[in-house]
Design a binder for this molecule. Structure first.
Ligand code: 6R9
Length: 648
């Protein structure tokens, strides 16, 4: 595999050299107290911490605390402390879905808007520790809402705007939110997304689950016609006129919660990943600075949605804590056409661009002409996140988009990790296409076999992290037991990531993808259990098993085996009905790609579905079904193979 050494141009003015990386990394793992004690000072503390690290991965006693006696406010770190030095600098550069719609919001303006929203929330009774759910499109108000919560010590739970009313309702109830912030409609690819309509239904669903939502703050985005419930719904543009543009930041303990973010796991419904204030901010800001080799005055653009962790850490908190200019894009990569990303880069002179492999593959498929008709001369660093990037897409990104001028940082991390854990650093680490390369400071990765035996040398295995880092999640909201069970019980004493990885002869890390029942569809995480539960909630479905299979653009597609109730007939119409049903239950991102009606599913004699076999069939890999001797009824497998969808 080719190695691309660090080019001289990347070393010019870089924050860290190859030697710095080696020295910093060594210190960070040999003396975490000293290392993080020093770097913890990068944020402003109201009361400085005296304790740095107090963490345990011990079975039955998992506890993670960083900077625990420090007091700070995250929003003050993202806003107030920049006012003197960079008050007039652009904080958020907004690019609307419509290419004619863009505007710049300075740090001073952002501070004012956040204070106003904080005051509106306070006026509606929101207090420190209360949970506020945010269901907004990619507009600056999403950042105002997050920072307003942080300012008054409320815990935000952002729900991706593509989720269904059911999914939103469940998350409102799960977080115990009595306040919801939404918009009339969103705009994506020239189409409207009925957010308020969905929100209204979600509020009813939450009420049935025992959670009353008493306040819905509505941002007017499109001016579309929406229903208003008097006494409950408030227009943001009206409310903001009634409050002051200043609001004292609430002093928060380092370990006070900052946000909950729901994410999919291998079992059950999505869980609320809880991140706290001090360690999270230190880690998000530090990784953002060093991974992107951030320079003063640069324009930084991450194309994620604030509904995902990448939007939290690398659109809002990391960049704003660093006083950067962060671009927020409301639209999609192919509207008005497949040149959009590159046109936005030229329009705003973007220096650092961070996107997902699924977008790269889709744009690669559209042809080089869409890229080549733009300049892209402003670009200096390119990033990738969300799923493994195949070398072909990597090379296209490197050669066609970056013209071999820009290093690519392939950043591996998770909602749970709060920030990037394995990644190149532009001036410091030689690249290999498809490899996330080296661990970030303080991160100790390890490979284990399925029995938990530690693997040494160039080898593949299950990826664990053996010690804590400041950005790590602290618990599953309201269910610490589930936190320990999910992450620390498979390999006791270690954080198990759920990913498989390979370490090569140079000690480089190659993430190979999930080894559990989580699938990654266009960079969106999904539990196969969630899709199964949506399918079986349809009255005609008796049983369902869902697996991922390789998909050219999306990375993985969703393959569903469905057994119908006795007397129900398989049909194309029923397939469509089931697809619509899943979209309705979860959201369009969970749309099944393939549905195969199967009279039976392969089960062991004890009744366990043999997913390994289902995965192989979905992958069209019939020769490698492995051991089928424990099957209760081997004939089931022959039938499944015979009726495999789009058999190659
Ligand atoms: C940040 C984010 C986490 C899962 C993770 C892994 C996959 C993310 C990756 C990557 C290979 C990368 N993943 N980045 N796989 N290379 N650079 O995506 O968080 O939505 O929680 O997903 O995504 O499988 O476990 P999240």
């Amino acid at each position: 595999m080719t190695t691309i050494p660090v080019k001289d141009a990347w070393k010019q003015g870089a924050l860290l050299s190859e030697a710095d990386y080696a020295a910093w990394y060594r210190r960070s793992v040999e003396d975490p107290e000293g290392f993080w004690g020093e770097h913890g000072k990068r944020v402003d503390w109201i009361t400085p911490f005296t304790k740095v690290k107090n963490t345990s991965f011990a079975p039955g006693n998992v506890s993670i605390k960083w900077f625990e006696d420090g007091v700070l406010n995250v929003s003050a770190n993202c806003l107030d402390r920049h006012l003197e030095s960079r008050g007039e600098q652009t904080a958020i550069l907004f690019e609307g879905d419509d290419p004619a719609d863009s505007r710049a919001i300075s740090y001073r303006e952002l501070h004012g808007e956040v204070c106003r929203m904080a005051n509106v929330l306070k006026a509606h009774g929101v207090q420190k520790g209360d949970r506020v759910t945010i269901y907004l499109p990619m507009i600056p108000e999403a950042a105002y809402a997050m920072l307003a919560c942080a300012r008054i010590g409320a815990v935000h739970s952002v729900v991706f705007g593509g989720f269904s009313p059911d999914a939103l309702g469940g998350r409102l109830a799960g977080a115990g939110s009595s306040v919801l912030i939404t918009a009339d409609e969103g705009r994506r690819g020239g189409k409207s997304v009925p957010l308020k309509k969905n929100a209204d239904r979600a509020v009813e669903i939450a009420a049935k689950a025992g959670q009353v939502v008493s306040t819905v703050l509505v941002v007017q985005r499109t001016g579309g016609d929406v229903a208003v419930t008097p006494g409950r719904d408030i227009w943001w543009h009206e409310a903001r006129e009634t409050v002051e543009a200043s609001c004292e930041p609430e002093p928060m303990g380092a370990e006070d919660p900052l946000f909950i973010l729901y994410t999919s796991g291998s079992t059950g419904q999505p869980k609320g990943v809880l991140h706290t204030s001090g360690g999270y901010l230190v880690y998000a800001a530090m990784t953002h600075q060093y991974v992107f080799d951030l320079r003063e005055g640069e324009v930084y653009w991450c194309t994620a949605d604030v509904g995902w962790v990448t939007g939290h850490s690398y659109i809002v908190y990391g960049p704003l804590a660093n006083g950067a200019t962060t671009l927020m894009f409301e639209g999609v990569p192919n509207y008005p056409d497949a040149s959009r990303f590159w046109q936005v880069i030229d329009k705003h002179q973007v220096n650092i661009f961070y996107t997902a492999p699924t977008a790269i593959r889709a744009l690669m498929g559209a042809g080089d002409a869409f890229v080549e008709k733009t300049s892209r001369k402003s670009l200096r660093v390119l990033g990738s996140v969300g799923e493994p990037i195949n070398p072909e897409a990597w090379n296209w990104y490197y050669k066609i988009v970056g013209e071999e001028r820009c290093p690519i940082v392939d950043t591996w991390w998770q909602t749970e990790t709060g920030g990037i854990l394995i990644t190149p650093l532009p001036g410091a680490i030689a690249l290999k296409p498809g490899s996330a390369t080296r661990p970030f400071f303080g991160v100790k990765p390890e490979l284990v076999d399925s029995e938990g035996g530690v693997l040494e040398g160039a080898v593949s295995g299950n990826l664990c992290i053996t010690d804590s880092w400041p950005g790590q999640m602290r618990t599953v909201y309201g269910d610490h037991e589930r936190f320990e069970q999910t992450y620390f019980s498979t390999y006791p004493g270690k954080y198990f990531t759920g990913d498989g990885a390979r370490r090569d002869e140079d000690g480089y890390w190659w993430i190979t993808g999930r080894v559990d029942d989580v699938i990654n569809v266009s960079g969106h995480r999904m539990g196969t259990a969630e899709v199964e539960s949506a399918l079986v909630s349809h009255p005609k479905v008796s049983e369902a098993a869902v697996v991922g299979y390789p998909h050219d653009i999306k990375g993985q597609g969703i393959y569903c085996y469905v057994t119908l109730m006795t007397g129900e007939e398989p049909s194309e119409a029923l397939k469509k009905e089931l697809v619509a049903h899943v979209r309705n239950e979860i959201g369009p991102i969970a749309s099944p790609d393939q549905i195969q009606f199967s009279p039976g599913l392969p089960k062991t004699r004890s009744g366990k579905i043999m997913r390994r076999i289902l995965r192989k069939i979905a992958e069209n890999d019939f020769g490698a079904l492995g051991d089928t001797s424990t099957l209760a009824d081997p004939a089931v497998v022959d039938d499944l193979i015979e009726h495999r969808q789009n058999k190659e």
